[in-house]
Design a protein around this ligand. Structure first.
Ligand code: IFM
Length: 479
């Protein structure tokens, strides 16, 4: 596959290694009901008492909708090659079907501004914000939603495909399907295990159908972003721990990778999830559709998972973010009593362990275990910490800085080991709405003052900029 520009419009040549930063529409845009945007499931979820910390909502978020020009200036100050953003389906098609021109125009202006300043737009179609109108017809449990997604992809491509080269169908379907439909901590807040499996399959189907359609329309760089982990048995000599790690690897990694890369659901996972109705969900031809060739795989990685096959009474949690999907008895991760012991490593403000070498392991393993995979991009990696502004107004976020730099070191080591990694996007450009945590957790390399919306590049952002500049010169900045 090539990166040749589409049609006659100028596009940017890809550098040998792409340095970027990422956000998502619902987390940064705000303007939640402006210019015709409809409710997404997250707007609706935010109205459920207790669903989001502090009763926070997405109405203003970090006002990116009105601040794209100055936010792009910050991206340029950082020296980014690429900006990974998502389009909001509910802004482009407020009821999930009819087109809102003003919504498309917003993204068209954003793309133009990025390209004018030399930044590559890296677009994700679905970063968790389904139009609420579609949720009211069953959301991702309804097979028809996959067809609506293809219409949305086609509409968005018709407006932006002359300028956007990189099209990502989904971001982290594990989270939107499982945390949204089985665990209920994410929108739409359902707790129904069979519904979650339906959501998984229909998102896979939507990915495959949209990939094929985008390809027919002329897109040349199409991919998906998965959040992947290293599931490590707490005691490799204990069969219960080994089986628990197999199960976690199956549900968090292989359930998502294998239909896309190999055209089949992993047999052991199908067995683990028996009784949830996968056989009736999968129609003839679905798996071939889902396995439509892709041009890149986005890898999001924040932490590993140490896994035990024994219940944990200590209350410790090795930094796993899935919360209650592992409750005893759940066919997802609970049975027969899986726990995530602590490795006594440092933790971020999300209580996720810090173990940069895990990223190298993951990237190398992916290439070895799935030799037909296309090139990899680390499309998210970063850390939340409770930043405090210093008296001089600067943010000396030493922990986040070390986290990012150490992980980039591991990406370089993975490449030296033979992993085909072509880029790194830090999560996130800006502090933003961290889903059920509201604005409590700050992931940005740029601080946002939520009262004034003032932006301040943190020390981690300044160091990231130095690293990007040095890599272009073939050197390495001092630490
Ligand atoms: O903020 C999220 C993002 O939306 C998806 N990946 C993980 C990030 C941190 O939790």
């Amino acid at each position: 596959m090539t990166n040749a520009p589409h049609a006659d419009h100028p596009t940017l040549a890809l550098p040998p290694f792409l340095w970027g930063s990422a956000t998502a529409a619902a987390q940064v845009e705000g303007a939640a009901h402006e210019d015709g945007k409809g409710d997404s499931i997250w707007d609706a979820f935010a109205r459920v008492p207790g669903a989001i910390a502090n009763g926070d909502d997405l109405e203003i978020a970090v006002d990116h909708y009105h601040r794209t020009t100055s936010d792009i200036a910050i991206m340029n100050e950082l020296g980014l090659d690429a900006y990974r953003f998502s389009t909001s389906w509910a802004r482009i098609a407020p009821d999930g079907r009819s087109i809102n021109r003003a919504g498309l125009d917003f993204y068209s202006r954003l793309v133009d501004q990025l390209l004018e300043t030399g930044i590559l737009p890296w677009l994700t179609l679905y970063h968790w914000d389904l139009p609420q109108a579609l949720e009211e017809h069953g959301g991702w449990t309804n097979r028809d939603t996959a067809l609506r997604f293809v219409d949305y992809a086609e509409t968005t491509y018709a407006a932006l495909g002359d300028r956007v080269q990189h099209w990502t169908t989904f971001n982290e379907p594990f989270c939107s399907a499982l945390l949204g439909y089985a665990v209920g901590v994410h929108a739409p807040g359902r707790r129904d295990e069979a519904a979650a499996l339906a959501a998984v399959h229909h998102q896979h189907l939507a990915h495959g159908l949209a990939t094929t359609r985008l390809r027919e329309l002329g897109a040349q760089q199409i991919g998906i972003t998965l959040n992947l982990t290293n599931a490590i048995p707490a005691n490799p000599a204990d069969p219960a721990d080994v089986d628990a790690a197999r199960r976690v690897d199956g549900i968090m990694n292989r359930l998502f990778l294998e239909p896309i890369v190999l055209g089949a659901y992993p047999a052991d996972v199908v067995e683990d999830l028996a009784g949830l109705g996968l056989d009736t969900l999968v129609h003839d031809g679905d798996l071939a559709t889902i396995a439509a060739p892709i041009d890149f795989l986005g890898v999001n990685h924040y932490h590993d998972d140490l896994v035990s096959g024994h219940p944990d009474d200590s209350g410790a949690d090795g930094g796993h973010s899935g919360a209650t999907e592992r409750e005893a008895g759940s066919p997802w991760l609970g049975s027969p009593g899986i726990s995530f012991p602590s490795r006594e490593l440092p933790r971020t403000a999300m209580d996720w362990e810090v173990h940069p070498a895990g990223l190298r392991t993951l990237l190398v393993r992916l290439g070895r275990e799935y030799p037909t995979l296309p090139p990899l991009y680390v499309t998210e990696n970063g850390a939340a910490y409770d930043d405090v502004a210093a008296e001089d107004g600067r943010i000396h976020d030493v922990d986040r800085d070390a986290f990012i730099q150490d992980h980039i070191d591991q990406v370089e080591l993975a490449i030296a080991d033979g992993a085909d990694v072509r880029g790194y996007f830090v999560w996130s450009l800006l502090d933003n709405f961290e889903w059920a945590y509201g604005y409590d957790k700050r992931f940005g390399i740029v601080r946002v003052d939520y009262q004034t919306q003032e932006r301040t590049i943190k020390d981690s952002g300044l160091a990231y900029a130095r690293r990007i500049a040095a890599s272009r010169e073939g050197s390495r900045p001092g630490r």
